[in-house]
Design a protein around this ligand. Structure first.
Ligand SMILES: Nc1ncnc2c1ncn2[C@@H]1O[C@H](COP(=O)(O)OP(=O)(O)OP(=O)(O)O)[C@@H](O)[C@H]1O
Length: 257
């Protein structure tokens, strides 16, 4: 069960999706998805491989257009946004993806400065350094500021990836399989970090994961995508306390405690 008491405002939906439908040719991936992400909440999206979790994230971030339905993110009608308006919205969303690799030829400091210098040109050098130090402190890696990515462990690189996302002060964080490929101790550290980010930066987050230990540790609420719709939602216990064979199978394959 999750520790701490996050401040969640259920009267504000930072993401609101209604009747979302998306197909590719004959393949109906999303068949009428409804979803709200409340302000300050960590929402875990569960679902076996190929159920459309990445498609959902791509639609939320405007990388894919839905066939039907409404997708509202931070008050914006995402499928209607184009060009700079879409870029501006994306800057308010932090993406922590498995393949969001660091630049190997740059120090940690340069890696962290990069998105800031590119997107917020009015900052002074002192302000940039202060932001770098703040996010490094948040992920517990202040001492690595002058190191190269190759000198860090996999878990540390993951933390720096999250710091690089936080440096733009996003309202929403999207974590795609944050613990994939990490050892159990490092998984616990990343789970703790996701909760610390929620508390310290007041972000609202969607966490996509197969790792049910992670889901349990970080999720204020979870939803499970099954056959193109969210069939189960609630707390961990509410989602898994069912006779639905598909849910039981998912649990048996994915829960290691
Ligand atoms: N651009 C695309 N064109 C055609 N088919 C696509 C496209 N994007 C995704 N799909 C298909 O949609 C389905 C859902 O894919 P998606 O990547 O969302 O799955 P997922 O739930 O994220 O899986 P995983 O956990 O393995 O990452 C898959 O069958 C995939 O092949």
């Amino acid at each position: 069960m999750k520790k701490g008491q996050p401040v969640i405002d259920r009267s504000i939906s930072v993401i609101s999706i209604k009747n979302l439908v998306k197909s590719f040719g004959d393949l109906d991936v999303l068949r009428g998805v409804d979803l709200d992400l409340y302000k300050g909440e960590n929402l875990v999206v569960l679902g076996k491989s190929g159920t459309g979790k990445s498609v959902l994230i791509k639609i939320i971030s405007g990388l894919l257009r839905p066939d039907e339905g409404t997708v509202n993110v931070l008050g914006e009608d995402v499928p209607q946004l184009r060009g700079r308006d879409l870029d501006r919205l994306r800057l308010r969303i932090g993406f922590s993806f498995q393949n969001s690799a660091l630049y190997d030829s740059m120090t940690i400091k340069k890696n962290l400065e990069f998105p800031l210098v590119r997107n917020q040109k009015d900052l002074t050098r002192g302000e940039v350094l202060q932001r770098v130090e703040t996010v490094l402190d948040a992920v517990g890696l202040s001492q690595t500021i002058n190191q190269m990515p190759s000198e860090l462990s996999g878990g540390q690189r993951k933390r720096i990836g999250i710091a690089r996302t936080l440096i733009l002060n996003p309202d929403i964080m999207l974590y795609d399989e944050p613990t994939a490929g990490l050892d159990p101790i490092t998984c616990i550290e990343i789970n703790n970090l996701i909760n610390e980010v929620q508390e310290r930066f007041h972000t609202s987050s969607i966490i996509i994961t197969h790792d049910l230990t992670c889901a349990k540790a970080v999720g204020d609420r979870m939803v499970m995508l099954l056959d193109g719709v969210f069939q189960r939602q609630g707390t961990f216990e509410e989602v898994f306390n069912t006779d639905d064979k598909r849910v039981k199978l998912f649990y048996d394959y994915n829960f290691i405690d």
